[in-house]
Design a protein around this ligand. Structure first.
Ligand code: MEV
Length: 308
C-alpha cells in the first residue's frame, strides 16, 4: 500500500488565516510518500537523521493516528522529495500520506473527510492549533481559498480555477525557526498591540480575497501585485529578514510578477515567485547555487486536471 501527500505553498494569507481570515494555498508536485507493509503490530519506521525533537513529535503523531484508525498491523515507511521544515507543509504532507495508508490498511474508506480528520489529529501533535490550511490543501490536492473561524473544528475551502497555467518558483533561503515558535511570537505581539495587529491581519485577508479574484480571472499581474503587498504586510508583522528580502529581490530581478515568503517565515525558509514560465529563472538561480524548484499550482495541465 502506497499513498502520496503533496506539500503546499501559501500564495496569500499565512498567519492571518490562524485568526479567521482568508488564505490562498495550492499543492506542490513534491511531497511525502508513505508505504505500508504487513507487520505484527502497527508501527512507524522512523527516518534516519532527524532530530530527537522531530522524532518524538513524529512518534506521538503516528501513535495518535494509528489509534484512531484502529491500529492495523502494518509497518509504515516514509519517503520525501520535499525539503523539510521549510514552510512547504512537510508535516501536513506526511500526515495526509500516513492517514491514507492507515485508512486503507484498516479497510476504512479513504474519503477526503476521513483523511482530513486523521491528518488533523497528526497536525495537532506537530503544530498545536494549526489553522488547517496545510493539511486541507494537501488532502484536496487543489488550489483553494481557505478560511476557518477561530475555534471552529474545520475550515471551509473553495476550489479556485485559473484559466491560465499558474506556476511558481520555490527558492530556499536557509533554516528557519519552528512554525509553532513563530506563530506564538506573533500571538504575543498581537495580544500586546491588538488594534494595530488586527488592522494588518484584516488587510492580509482582503489581499487574499483580491488575489483569489485575480486567479479566477487569470490576471497573473494582479495576483503578483497582491503577493508583493502581502509580503510587505508580513514584513510589518515582523516575519521577514534581510536574507528573505535579499532573495525576494533576486526573484523579482529574475522576472517574478510577485514574490513573497511562504508558510511561517521568520528568518529563512521557502520563498515563492510567480512566473508565466519559471524555467529560465530556475536555471539562473541554480547558476547562483540557490536551491530552487518549480511547480504548477493550477490552470490547464495542473493538479486539478490530474485529480479528475
Ligand atoms: C503554516 O504553513 C501557516 C501558518 O499560517 C500557520 C497555520 O496556518 O496554522 C503560519
Amino acid at each position: 500500500m502506497t499513498a502520496f501527500g503533496p506539500g503546499k505553498v501559501i500564495l496569500l494569507g499565512e498567519h492571518a488565516v490562524v485568526y479567521g481570515y482568508a488564505a490562498v494555498a495550492g499543492p506542490l508536485s513534491q511531497g511525502m510518500t508513505a508505504r505500508a507493509k504487513p507487520a505484527d503490530r502497527c508501527e512507524l519506521k522512523v527516518p534516519k537523521g532527524i532530530s530527537k525533537h522531530h522524532r518524538q513529535a513524529l512518534q506521538r503523531a503516528f501513535e495518535r493516528a494509528a489509534q484512531n484508525a484502529g491500529a492495523p498491523c502494518v509497518k509504515v515507511e516514509l519517503q520525501s522529495d520535499l525539503p523539510l521544515s521549510m514552510g512547504l507543509g512537510s508535516s501536513a504532507a506526511l500526515s495526509v500520506a500516513v492517514a491514507k495508508v492507515l485508512l486503507e490498511a484498516a479497510d476504512r474508506a479513504v474519503t477526503p473527510k476521513n483523511v482530513l480528520a486523521l491528518a488533523a489529529e497528526m497536525e495537532q501533535e506537530f503544530h498545536g492549533t494549526p489553522s488547517g490550511v496545510d493539511h486541507t490543501t494537501s488532502a484536496r490536492n487543489e488550489l483553494l481559498l481557505f478560511r476557518r473561524k477561530p475555534g471552529a473544528p474545520n475550515g471551509t475551502a473553495k476550489v479556485l480555477e485559473c484559466p491560465k497555467p499558474l506556476h511558481v518558483l520555490v527558492a530556499l533561503c536557509g533554516e528557519r525557526p519552528p512554525t509553532r515558535a513563530t506563530v506564538s511570537g506573533l500571538r504575543e505581539r498581537r495580544e500586546r498591540w491588538p488594534r494595530r495587529y488586527e488592522r494588518l491581519f484584516t488587510e492580509i485577508g482582503r489581499v487574499a480575497e483580491e488575489g483569489a479574484e485575480a486567479i479566477r480571472e487569470g490576471d497573473l499581474e494582479a495576483l503578483g501585485d497582491a503577493m508583493n503587498v502581502n509580503q510587505g504586510l508580513l514584513a510589518a508583522l515582523g516575519l521577514s529578514s534581510p536574507a528573505i528580502e535579499g532573495l525576494l529581490a533576486t526573484l523579482r530581478r529574475a522576472g517574478a510578477l510577485g514574490a513573497k515568503l511562504t508558510g511561517a517565515g521568520g528568518d529563512g525558509g521557502a520563498l515563492i515567485g510567480l512566473f508565466r514560465d519559471p524555467r529560465a529563472a530556475a536555471r539562473a538561480l541554480a547558476r547562483q547555487n540557490i536551491h530552487c524548484f518549480t511547480s504548477q499550482l493550477a490552470g490547464p495541465g495542473g493538479p486539478q486536471e490530474a485529480n479528475r
